[in-house]
Design a protein around this ligand. Structure first.
Ligand SMILES: Nc1ncnc2[nH]cnc12
Length: 230
């Protein structure tokens, strides 16, 4: 779901505030994608990935690429976090030829009165968020081999909550996947689980200097992504 995204979008407001250089090109599993560069506040900018606006061909590429990485692990089911992890979970499931998938919700839907709940301990947001698992979905996870997917792993707080929730439901987490990682703080947040991360690309974080978004050197990728030869 990209922790803090709601706040990011509220901060940005409408119309979107593009800041120079206006776009950041990122390689997503061999496909160069231009992300709009948006000003967050006086000091920070973000290269924004809105997977729900990227079209079906992009979803198919992401789903196939993540599924290729997961196939050898023989997962029984894919779990995705609302909101922007939902299409990722569907596209990965389709490519793994798995019919059912499980979505972790952010807000209590009326049918989720008695959901399993995990707090999302974000270091960047004051607002306490949470992830919810409908108890009726537990049989899909109990004793199962699971992969968890999201659009972006940034702070790692959301993915870490998703892993706790899925493990509480009795599943084995084989791997986690995202379209992008952003910055490096997720490594600390996920601790020993950081090694389970499959990502198709990486974006840095940006500071605004002299009216331009500049890469924060601490946020570039520490371990370059291994790409399959095309
Ligand atoms: N750059 C980004 N794009 C979309 N969602 C995000 N969540 C956190 N960072 C994000």
């Amino acid at each position: 779901m990209g922790v803090g995204l709601d706040r990011i979008l509220r901060t940005i407001g409408d119309p979107l505030r593009l800041i120079a250089p206006e776009f950041y090109d990122v390689d997503i599993a061999g496909q160069v994608t231009s992300l709009p560069m948006l000003q967050l506040d006086d000091q920070r900018a973000i290269a924004l990935l809105m997977d729900i606006e990227m079209g079906l061909a992009f979803g198919d590429h992401v789903g196939r690429s993540l599924a290729d990485g997961f196939a050898a692990l023989k997962p029984d089911i894919v779990v995705g976090s609302a909101t922007l992890g939902i299409p990722v979970a569907m596209d990965v499931s389709r490519h793994l030829e798995l019919d059912k998938y499980v979505i972790l919700q952010k807000s209590p839907k009326f049918h989720l009165a008695d959901a399993l709940e995990e707090p999302v301990r974000s270091i960047t947001t004051d607002e306490q968020q949470r992830l919810l698992l409908d108890r009726r979905q537990i049989p899909l996870l109990q004793g199962r081999r699971v992969v968890i997917v999201d659009d972006v792993i940034a702070t790692g707080a959301s993915m870490s909550a998703a892993m706790r929730l899925v493990r509480r439901a009795g599943a084995k987490v084989l791997a986690v996947g995202s379209i992008l990682t952003e910055g490096n703080s997720w490594r600390e947040a996920l601790a020993q689980d950081a090694g389970l991360v499959h990502r198709l690309g990486h974006i840095p974080q940006f500071r605004i200097i002299d009216g331009e978004a500049r890469m924060d050197p601490a946020s570039v990728d520490e371990s370059p992504i291994k790409r399959p030869r095309l």
